[in-house]
Design a protein around this ligand. Structure first.
Ligand code: CA
Length: 255
């Protein structure tokens, strides 16, 4: 069963292959939902929109989307609630989610990442930016292996199987500590984007970082150093962004 809106959007992209990525856009403001649907459809995505939480969950249960674009501020069931229930179910936890938020506060971003958002976009955003972010997420997820439900992240020879908790470089297993694993995961998931030591700390250690900046810096830097050493040549991909933090940059790709 398809909604009338989906029918319309599907028609607009009828020349596209039926296995093009399917995006569910959850947004209660009709103008914004229509704009996002238009942009994504133009880029070849199959788009379905939902205006409320229950509609979104119904859509997901009908067909698992490849990506969810989720507005944080929804009436009733909030974006955070939806994110939580998606990430809490084994059938849906691997679906990448791009969260739209009107709030600029960093705490919100961190809270969202803890709930499992894959990326964030602050309103107002450019439609082009949204398309690029969606494409980037799907590219990162393109190596996702459904087998076992484990998400797989891949950058060059580095392969992280999040389900099996295993990292390999050129097929050889790396022996990472759980902290190093989560640190690498945080860097891989937001490849190319600088993350502060505080963000990395919260992601990799699962702590509220009310500890001092000095200890934060020392802790994160030490683990990054070990991670770099274990990654050998690929260790250089973890770039220090002076005075701020770190990012993973794959050689040959634009900053
Ligand atoms: Ca809204």
């Amino acid at each position: 069963m398809h909604s009338a809106l989906e029918g319309k959007v599907m028609e607009a992209s009828s020349e596209k292959a039926p296995n093009n990525p399917r995006v569910l856009v959850v947004e209660d403001e009709p103008d914004i939902a229509a704009l996002i649907a238009y942009q994504l459809t133009r880029e070849g995505f199959r788009v379905e929109t939902a205006a409320t939480g229950p509609e979104a969950m119904k859509s997901v249960n009908r067909e698992i989307p490849d990506l969810v674009v989720l507005d944080r501020m929804l009436p009733g069931l909030s974006g955070d609630d939806i994110l939580k229930s998606l990430k809490g179910e084994s059938a849906t936890k691997a679906i990448p989610v791009l969260v739209l938020t009107a709030k600029r506060e960093q705490e919100d971003r961190i809270a969202g990442f803890e709930l499992g958002a894959d990326d964030y976009l602050t309103k107002p955003f450019s439609p082009r930016e949204l398309v690029l972010r969606c494409q980037a997420i799907l590219r990162r997820m393109s190596e996702t292996v459904a087998a076992g439900g484990g998400r797989v992240l891949k950058e060059g020879p580095i392969r992280m199987d999040l389900g099996a908790h295993q990292v390999t470089v050129d097929g050889e297993e790396l022996n990472l500590t759980p902290t190093e694993f989560r640190l690498l995961q945080a860097l891989m998931e937001r490849r190319g984007r600088t993350q502060s030591r505080r963000q990395l700390l919260e992601k990799a250690w699962d702590v509220e970082s009310d500890i001092s900046d000095r200890i934060q810096t020392r802790t994160v830097d030490m683990h990054i150093r070990r991670l770099r050493a274990k990654l050998d040549e690929m260790g250089d991909w973890i770039e220090t962004v002076r005075g701020f933090g770190y990012r993973l940059r794959v050689p040959g790709e634009d900053a």
